[in-house]
Structure formats: structure tokens, C-alpha cells
Design a protein around this ligand. Structure first.
Ligand code: FES
Length: 122
């Protein structure tokens, strides 16, 4: 008997590290993304709460979308909802929220490289 394998179209990683991204909007954005997909009954997007992703923006929280390789810095619930609707549902990344520390070219190729050392206590 074969087991059904659940696959996802997109996987969203939201940094919720306590005292760092989690306190700068990560936890609220994570909850907003989950609520948006639940409300719309979208089941092919997986949203995962993570620890440090190595970017540690000075303001906001890190959100990474795969397989697109697109990294955002967000701080407001509304920004999380915008990413859900514009990028994850409509398919158009929200360019104004892209991380400035990962080059746009690298993001376009899905090969962003994080060089900044983490500032959190991980
Ligand atoms: S604590 Fe969020 S990226 Fe480092």
C-alpha cells in the first residue's frame, strides 16, 4: 500500500526568534499568513515558524519564500497579508518589501546568500 505524499506549491519561513525578529513583527506576520490561508482554504502553501535565518534585519522580521528564493523584511501584519495575496496567491513578489541585504539578482535566481552574522542569541 502506498502512502499519499502531500506536496506544497510554496513554503514560507517566518523568523519568530524571541527577542529579535519575533519581537519585531515576525510572530504577528506568521499569524496573519496562517489566518489568510486558512480563511481562503488554501492548502498548498505551508507557513512555518522558524528560528534565526541569519539575516537579522535591524527593523522588522525575515520572511523567506521558497522555491522562489525571495526574502522579505516585514514588520506589520498588513505587510504579511500583502505578501500572501500579491505573491503567494497572485504570483507577483512585493518588491518594496524585498530584503535589501540579498541582491535582487540573487533573489531573482533564487540564490540569495546571507553573509551577515546573526545578532540574536541563537
Ligand atoms: S533572528 Fe530573524 S533572521 Fe536572525
Amino acid at each position: 500500500m502506498s502512502k499519499e505524499i502531500k506536496t506544497y506549491r510554496k513554503h514560507v519561513f517566518v523568523c519568530c526568534t524571541e527577542g529579535c525578529c519575533g519581537a519585531r513583527g515576525g510572530e504577528a506576520v506568521y499569524q496573519a499568513l496562517r489566518a489568510e490561508f486558512s480563511e481562503r482554504k488554501i492548502t498548498d502553501v505551508l507557513v512555518t515558524r522558524t528560528q534565526c535565518l541569519g539575516l537579522c534585519p535591524e527593523a522588522g522580521a525575515t520572511v523567506a519564500v521558497y522555491p522562489d528564493g525571495v526574502w522579505y523584511v516585514v514588520s506589520k501584519v498588513e505587510e504579511g497579508t500583502e505578501i500572501a495575496r500579491q505573491h503567494l496567491i497572485a504570483g507577483h513578489p512585493v518588491t518594496r518589501l524585498l530584503s535589501q541585504e540579498i541582491s535582487l539578482e540573487a533573489q531573482r535566481k533564487g540564490a540569495g546568500h546571507v553573509e551577515k552574522a546573526c545578532n540574536c542569541a541563537q
